[in-house]
Write a protein of this length. Structure first.
Length: 318
């Protein structure tokens, strides 16, 4: 056998082995994903002390979904690779012993191997090279409990979100624990308070129009417990209201194809605030509980859908 014939037989054997591998594993295409690698550090307000175990999340508003998240290591460092796009950056799972708050309104824009990161270190000058810095702000810790309409039974896993009206961005959020308790540090400011992700077996709705104003170590929390008197000391109470469960589906113009990650919001014009909302699942389905009232229904559709939402939708719940 010649050397050439031997090489040819070896190539045929290699091709046969690779073909068998792809057939057995179900792999038909290998695609490499490219993007910019962003490294950074989350530090306390002193500018140097790293904060461990914080989740750094990158949210794509074009698809209404997170495109990646990473937890900081013991020194506060993180590393993530992201594809081209414009993302909102948020911090979650702040350790309970850190009474400081994340910056609000952080964004990052990525093009090829370059990026522009705004709002992380308190400077108006964007950060354009790794490692970036996310510097926390002095804050006030707010503790509380989400309870059912009976006033005592805790509601687990409800998401309590604090939305900064001035920055038009969330200032942070926290999951209630198994007993309905939550705790979060917030910087000075005025926030709308929203509760979502109520468990499906709890047919009760959050109060609409909750707000909290924080100045120094003091705060005023309105609308959480059904009383006109603000709550000014922790733990605060967020008391759900009896309601009616509304289920539905968001579909494309063809009338059948479900739309993933659409946000269905129910706005209470009397309270001038959202009464609740839900994100659609992979089939376009959603479910939410609303108290009695009249609501405007609004949709936030991922930009890649390329279709418009109906105007003037309303719902009356009695």
């Amino acid at each position: 056998m010649s050397t050439k014939e031997g090489k040819f037989k070896n190539l045929k054997l290699l091709f046969f082995m690779l073909s068998a591998f792809f057939l057995l594993t179900g792999i038909t295409t290998i695609t490499a994903a490219f993007g910019a690698t962003v490294t950074g550090k989350v530090v306390k307000a002193d500018g140097t002390t790293g904060v461990a175990d914080v989740e750094v999340d990158f949210y794509d508003p074009a698809i209404n979904a997170s495109v990646g998240n990473v937890s900081t290591d013991t020194d506060g460092n993180f590393n993530i690779t992201l594809a081209d796009g414009d993302y909102n950056v948020s911090l979650y799972d702040m350790p309970s012993n850190v009474n400081e708050a994340p910056p609000v309104g952080m964004t990052i824009s990525i093009t090829g191997s370059t990026f522009t990161f705004k709002g992380g270190n308190g400077s108006s000058t964007p950060q354009t090279a790794s490692p970036v810095t996310i510097k926390l702000k002095t804050g006030t810790r707010i503790s509380g409990k989400v309870v059912k309409a009976d006033g005592t039974t805790g509601v687990s896993n409800a998401w309590v979100d604090f939305y900064d009206r001035n920055a038009n961005s969330t200032a942070g959020g926290i999951d209630a624990d198994a007993s309905g308790n939550f705790s979060i540090a917030l910087a000075d400011g005025d926030y709308n308070v929203n509760v979502s992700n109520i468990p499906s077996n709890v047919d009760e709705a959050p109060p609409a129009g909750m707000t909290i104003s924080i100045t120094g170590s003091t705060f005023s929390f309105k609308g959480g417990n059904g009383s006109s008197t603000p709550q000014t000391a922790s733990p605060v109470t967020i008391k759900l209201k009896t309601g009616t469960r509304i289920s539905g589906k968001v579909v494309k113009a063809d009338g059948t194809t479900g739309v993933l990650n659409a946000w269905v919001d129910f706005y209470d014009p009397n309270a001038n605030a959202s009464a609740g909302g839900a994100s659609t699942d992979a089939s376009g389905n959603f479910s939410v509980v609303l108290p009695n009232g009249d609501y405007n229904v609004n949709l936030n559709i991922p930009s890649n859908v390329g279709e418009a939402t109906p105007a003037g939708m309303t719902i009356n719940v009695t």
